[in-house]
Design a protein around this ligand. Sequence first.
Ligand code: Q0Z
Length: 285
Amino acid sequence: MSERVLLASGKVREIYALDDDRLLLVASDRISTFDVVLPTPIPDKGRVLTGLSAFWFARTSEIVPNHLLDLGDDGRSTVCRRLEMLPVEVVVRGYLSGSGWVDYRATGEICGHVLPAGLRESERLPEPIVTPATKAAEGHDLNIDEAEAADLCGADHYAEAREAAVAVYRFAARHAEERGIVLADTKFELGVDRDGRVMLADEAVTPDSSRFWPLDGYAPGRPQPSFDKQFVRDWCLATGWDRTYPGPELPDDVVSGTRARYVEAFERLTGIEFDRYLADPKVVL
Ligand code: Q0Z
């Protein structure tokens, strides 16, 4: 018997304490766009994200240990080791997009990384770069440079975390590209266990923590469509919505089209039929 005590609630998921050493992460079907949670859920979105995270954790545990202990039969919950979280998010960028593109255009640098001149929006970087961020109060991330991240985490913990993050990014980006998905960037959260071991935690290489682009039609020089959320974004903006709370309710065809894109991402990346995951989530391990 394990009581669930709600520890934290995010925009689209909850985290419960099971005991002193273990947490339960539960991913909902809520979707956010332009930082607003929409009133209409996407069925199975939480299962897709939970299954993908578990898939990556299982396949990268030789690169870096992680917090995953077990997957719930509901497919949307993960039992994990309770860690001391590092106070920074470790973002690895292989392509120029989002705040990285904004900063590069203004200064030629991203988080202290000096980049070659003349790069275009969405262009592949010569090498992946690590751009840490702190979780600022309003839930908004604040980019910092790697020296500041090392100060906040301790130099040894940060060095281990950033090497692990780059290695997992390289592994996942290569795997994804072979299956027709560009992994433009991805955000990792890491923690430290009682014995001082740095581990990957939270979620790993999901559509909510990453930019997934379809490889088919990829071309630098413009923004790329999001593999999973583009239907929702386009439809929401076409209604004239001003990107403030509350967002619009989604019609059935936008819900089913978006669900299909999440399921397609799961099936392409894992090579496992989503119905098999629903029948037995442990197939991804
Ligand atoms: C993750 C978060 C969520 C809101 C804490 N293994 C771990 N050990 C200790 N803490 C965490 C983890 Cl994953 C931890 N978050 C992020 C998740 C809802 C915030 F589901 N917060």
